[in-house]
Design a protein around this ligand. Sequence first.
Ligand code: GDP
Length: 251
Amino acid sequence: MSLLWQARFFTTVNHLRDLPKTQVPEIAFAGRSNAGKSSAINILCNQKKLAFASKTPGRTQHINYFSIGGAHVGQHRKDPTVVEEIRGLLVDLPGYGYAEVPGEAKSHWNQLLGTYIQSRPQLAALVLIMDARRPFTELDVQMLEWFAPTGKPVHCLLTKSDKLNRNESTNALRLAHTVLSSYVDAQGQRFPFTVQLFSALKRTGLEEASDRIIALLGLSNEDDAVDANGDGDLDDQDKKNPGERGRSPGQ
Ligand code: GDP
């Protein structure tokens, strides 16, 4: 079981002043609308509708936060999230590139997104979601260029890779490596940019992406609490020996 399965809706933000005061590491998901961002978040978190809130009309331009830790995993549990126990946050940034977004909303987007990714100290890394068939659109490049000066890592997911055959996939990955390695700082050093193929439909690259995200958050699946029967409770033995939590068989 991945630590990301613990994800739970936390809050929605439409103004920088409303960003949560939490100090735990955050990892943000960015991408062109329709690139497959919601599908990727949902499958990584093993939940059908977690990133659905981001698609609600009127909320598409907002920043949606999901918490890891601080609450029971089971979706049926309605107990409140204990903010002090949150260990990391997944941040679903507004999808960009909507043709129909008017100028005013676009500049709101620029301001909100640009400032957030460039100056949020808690932000540990960015996951850039791009359709494997047409990666590095103008706005994807804009995101990379906004973020690069922070020196923080970017992990790119080339989504919908099921739409490519083996040859096309290899080429897409190679091309992405070439593009990413072309970014260098003033000293000629490459930025910490990585890339992988991903398909929410076929679950391609799921484990690799999940492991990478957990590592970028500074967390580890190893210290995940056991929830072997999936009811949101630690099993009996763990309740007795909270200090001796292990991984359940099959994890
Ligand atoms: P978002 O706008 O970036 O959040 O994109 P969505 O996750 O809503 O996906 C946009 C469309 O692409 C939907 O019709 C999805 O069903 C489809 N889609 C998403 N991921 C995949 C994938 O891995 N493979 C395929 N074939 N389609 C996908």
